[in-house]
Design a protein around this ligand. Structure first.
Ligand SMILES: C[S@@+](CC[C@H](N)C(=O)[O-])C[C@H]1O[C@@H](n2cnc3c(N)ncnc32)[C@H](O)[C@@H]1O
Length: 257
């Protein structure tokens, strides 16, 4: 090559040029929540993740093109426990739509203050509700409530952002209310949920309807049915139905085949 300096420069330039385009994402996806979302670089370690310009309520990380929202901190307990919640969201209708045997073990993932957990517990008198959250303050609040209500079949449980930390095939059902869109490692969480569910076990996913501009919730704290179905199908869950029972939210039902 030393005898052909011009040729070697051209070859080196060619290699650099090729490497640049090979490692560059090729497409831009439409904006989500006002941010421009770069098409995720597909690697075996993080198959469906990408990055974007973080919007005010988001973390700048995308999953199947959806920007993930910030986690609601424990100072938000007052909002979760607000008295108007029944009138606005009709949680009693959501709970009535769940099909649970009296001895079922159900995990309320992202349980928060336990608003749903404590309403589920009487439906599974021979079973239990595993109330999972990543904020110790939420678990402390639920433990106080358990004592005050004299409930024995609620099990507050500290999960991590990537896993439930439960034995395989130990759950009949999973409920996630207004929580899944906050998971910062949804692919890992869906895998962990799949392992912890029994075959035929159901996921009840409650999320504010992104399709409805009248639902007065911030964009990143809503999800569309199409987006949820895309994410859950990729994780290997079968979509069963989206129940029309609730005023503001989807109540989507998925099954572990
Ligand atoms: C908006 S709150 C909803 C609480 C409750 N589901 C309700 O509707 O009253 C969302 C909760 O999800 C929790 N969370 C976020 N990521 C989580 C994860 N990976 N695993 C478990 N909980 C998580 C947050 O700590 C927060 O308490």
């Amino acid at each position: 090559m030393k005898r052909y300096p011009v040729l070697s420069s051209i070859v080196l330039l060619g290699i650099a040029f090729g490497l640049f385009f090979w490692t560059k994402p090729v497409a831009k996806q439409p904006s989500v929540g006002g941010a421009v979302v770069a098409s995720p670089l597909v690697t075996s370690a993080q198959p469906d993740y990408g990055t974007c310009v973080a919007s005010a309520d988001g973390i700048g990380k995308t999953f199947h093109g959806r920007e993930i929202s910030h986690v609601m901190g424990h100072p938000g307990i007052g909002w979760l426990e607000r008295t108007e919640r029944e009138k606005e969201e009709a949680p009693s209708k959501a709970i009535a739509a769940l099909k649970l045997a009296p001895d079922a073990v159900i995990a309320d993932i992202g349980a928060g203050s336990g608003y749903y957990t404590f309403r589920l517990a009487p439906l599974v008198p021979q079973g239990r509700v595993v109330a999972i959250d990543i904020q110790p303050e939420m678990l402390a609040y639920m433990k106080e409530e358990m004592r005050a209500r004299g409930l024995k079949n609620v099990e507050p449980h500290l999960g991590s952002v990537t896993e439930l930390k439960l034995p395989d095939a130990s759950l009949d059902a999973v409920l996630m209310v207004d929580a899944y869109h906050e998971f910062d490692h949804p692919a890992e969480m869906l895998n962990s949920i799949k392992a912890a569910l029994k075959k035929g076990g159901r996921i009840y996913l409650v999320e504010f309807r992104a399709e409805d501009p009248k639902v007065p919730i911030k964009t990143l704290h809503k999800m569309s049915e199409a987006q949820a179905r895309k994410e859950f199908a990729a994780a290997g869950f079968r979509f069963l139905e989206n129940r029309p029972d609730l005023p503001w939210q989807h109540l989507m039902v998925f099954e572990k085949p």
